[in-house]
Design a protein around this ligand. Structure first.
Ligand code: ADP
Ligand code: MG
Length: 677
């Protein structure tokens, strides 16, 4: 069996199932093996009666005593009950609308029933238990897979199992590392990550795989760093004379911090090794204009520039801003995103491949395979902690050595930066443009959210504009969270009925989104009811109120980003967090938000509370390739892995060289950090 082959080659995978698996990102058998559980359920087998808990799933071996007669419940469901016995205790198992379930049982026989048991008087009750065909005397550890669409964990388990039954996975770490760090073999690790028989085995598997991810990550990072270090093959740009005119023409003077960072960038541009610079600056510190100035210089040197933003909204905002600020200097600027028409795309791509100087602003689409920059001088990624090793390698593998500028509002603690961005130089914009008023942050329990709406109404009456952010687009089943739809309906019939308000969310067509953002910018729309699509970068200085519904659902850094959408002009602005702060952690988090406006402090707190994977979007984006490892939590493993990576990169042992070649082949592939022999 070849694990690189397509998933449809696996027995039992027809076109329908294939599609479902594809939706989970599973295309090959290897993808499936690397589709790790996101969690595990620890199921106790045959517990003592005293240890029965409603909170936990448990498996109990029960003997059937009698079948009860089916009855109809008040709401019309058909209830089937079976009476059983566990030791000396009576157990009643109940199923709804599954009358055929009785066929699976025989009086006098014993079955392992899994589910949550409840003590009712002197007997146990269980609703909708499943029968498991394993020994209930052991404790079970069941994988919980991250699922998308209507595939079940059971199906995944079965398929994984069918692969594992047919292969032995070759080892790919040198034996001395396994011995030194007491790591289990890759084969054992993969088996136990899916089907751990004990907690110890599970931990062994996790440690081994984390080591592997972090080791591969370190090797890649070091290779990239070495590559960049030796390079004097960067482009030497000169300072173009128009720079002074550009600075003069800006509607404001640069802050000292901005000016300092611009100088640092221009120095990099003059040098013959490629620039790799990270610009950190809190939301609203004015990173965009810094990027524009450096782009301007590269363009005027006769090169091409690509600027990437994480969303289309942000890309088009940068596009218009760039036109406004740079347009008068005769610069060719194009916008290239997913929603650019095909005809336009062809026109722009032709221009790009012709090699003429051009500034292309867009989403990640612009470094895709079929966009052929022939004269690329600078790549800028905005609000982008996700432009990691992988993407940079991709460019280098294309044989390009452009300057790279990464802009981020997420302050990265030093320890972390060392590993995430060890190949980058860092500039910090540690000053906000003058005249900004401190954003006032308030917290309201949901019951009193109309106070927040009234404040919004007041501000609109003064001519300002408002954002309301909700965690969901549509109402969900259990109704616990507020959705854009609900809040929109509520406000447009209620507090804000005299004013033009609109919805904005990711499911809308890009054209509609852009249209709404533009009308909001122009001031025609007074309130935007939105999801977090507006989280990054949207810049409307007239907006003075940010209301965040179900604020307990967001991470602190995300709240800080959202808050950064207001307070961008001369007006006093407000951020109102609405939610349920019933428990202490939530209370503490909200207090951090109401008391601090300092992005660094908040990021640190967030990191403590959530771990780096969540915070930097590493997990979600998959770009880091780290599935199990967390750079903060697993700092210890990372240190070892990083040390070993250094050693192995210098080694001339044949096997080590082979391993490194293997990893480097994958350098440009956004693959997970596990390569198989
Ligand atoms: P961020 O760093 O969050 O990306 P932006 O670049 O979007 O911030 O800038 C925020 C706002 O500040 C914009 O409206 C921009 O025009 C304005 N701005 C930037 N630099 C200055 C400055 N030196 N003086 C006054 N306003 C500025
Ligand atoms: Mg920005």
């Amino acid at each position: 069996m070849d694990i690189y082959s397509e998933i449809k080659k696996l027995k039992g995978v027809g076109p329908k199932l294939e599609e479902k698996l594809n939706r989970c990102g599973i295309f090959t058998m290897l993808d499936l093996l690397l589709y790790f559980p996101r969690d595990y359920e620890f199921v106790d087998g045959n517990p003592n009666i005293d240890d029965i808990s409603e909170e936990l799933k448990q498996i109990i071996n029960c003997k059937v005593v009698s079948f009860e007669r089916d009855i109809r419940t008040k709401n019309g469901k058909r209830l089937t009950s079976i009476a059983l016995r566990y030791e000396n205790t009576k157990v009643i198992a109940k199923w709804f609308n599954q009358p055929y379930i009785k066929n699976n049982f025989k009086i006098g026989e014993s079955y392992n029933l899994m589910g949550k048991y409840k003590k009712v008087g002197n007997y146990l009750e269980i609703v909708n238990p499943t029968i498991v065909f394993r020994d209930a005397s052991d404790n079970e550890i069941l994988p919980v897979y991250p699922l998308k669409g209507d595939i079940t964990g059971g199906v995944i388990s079965k398929l994984v199992n069918s692969i594992l039954c047919n292969i032995v996975i070759g080892e790919n770490l040198p034996e001395y590392l396994l011995l030194k760090y007491n790591l289990v073999s890759l084969d054992e690790a993969i088996r136990n990550i899916h089907f751990p028989s004990t907690k110890e085995k599970l931990n062994g598997a996790i440690t081994r795989l984390k080591f592997q991810e972090l080791f591969t990550y370190s090797v890649k990072l070091l290779m990239l760093k070495n590559h960049l270090k030796q390079g004097s093959n960067g482009i030497k740009f000169s300072m173009c004379p128009e720079l002074t005119d550009l600075k003069k023409s800006l509607p404001y003077e640069l802050t000292n911090a901005q000016a300092k960072v611009v100088r640092e960038i221009l120095l990099d541009q003059k040098s013959s090794s490629p620039m790799n610079r990270l610009v950190q600056g809190d939301v609203g510190s004015g990173k965009t204009v810094v990027a524009f100035i450096s782009m301007f210089n590269v363009y005027k040197n006769g090169y091409q520039v690509a600027m990437m933003a994480p969303t289309e909204i942000l890309a088009s905002q940068h596009f218009y801003e760039a036109k406004k600020l740079l347009g008068k200097f005769d610069i060719d600027i194009e916008l290239l995103t997913g929603s650019t028409t095909n005809k336009e795309k062809i026109r722009i791509k032709e221009k790009i491949s012709s090699g003429i100087p051009i500034v292309v602003i867009g989403t990640h689409a612009i470094i895709q395979e079929d966009v052929n920059f022939t004269n690329l001088g600078l790549v800028v990624t905005d609000e982008q902690h996700r432009f990691g090793v992988e993407q940079r390698s991709k460019l280098i593998n294309k044989g390009k050595e452009p300057d790279v500028l990464v802009m981020t509002a997420t302050p990265i603690p030093r320890t972390l930066a060392l590993y995430l961005y060890s190949d980058l130089d860092v500039s910090i914009i540690d000053e906000l443009p003058p005249g900004r008023k401190k954003i006032e942050t308030l917290f309201f329990q949901s019951e009193s959210k109309y106070q927040a709406y009234n404040l919004a109404l007041d501000e609109i009456s003064k001519g300002r504009q408002v954002y309301v952010v909700c965690p969901l687009i549509e109402e969900d089943e259990d109704g616990k969270l507020n959705s854009v739809d609900e809040v929109y309906n509520d406000l447009s019939d209620g507090v804000l009925k005299e004013h033009k308000i609109e919805k904005l969310h990711g499911k809308m067509a890009p054209k509609d989104k852009e249209d709404i953002v533009n009308r909001f910018k122009e001031g025609h729309i007074k309130a935007l009811i939105s999801t977090t699509v507006i989280e990054v970068g949207v810049n409307v200085p007239n907006a003075s109120v940010m209301i965040i519904e179900n604020c307990e659902r967001f991470g602190l850094s995300q709240l800080h980003q959202l808050r950064g959408r207001v307070g961008r002009g001369q007006y006093q602005s407000y951020c109102i967090l609405v939610g349920n702060a019933k428990n202490n952690i939530t209370k503490k988090r909200m207090m951090i938000m109401t008391e601090s406006n300092d992005g660094f402090y908040i990021a640190e707190q967030d990191l403590k509370l959530r771990g780096s994977g969540e915070m930097f979007g590493l997990r979600q984006s998959g770009d880091s390739g780290l599935i199990l490892a967390d750079i903060i939590e697993d700092m210890k493993i990372l240190r070892c892995a990083s040390e070993e990576a250094k050693i192995i990169l210098q080694s001339s042992d044949v096997n080590n060289v082979k391993l490194i070649t293997e990893i480097s082949k994958n350098l440009s592939r956004s693959s997970k950090y596990i390569c198989f022999n």
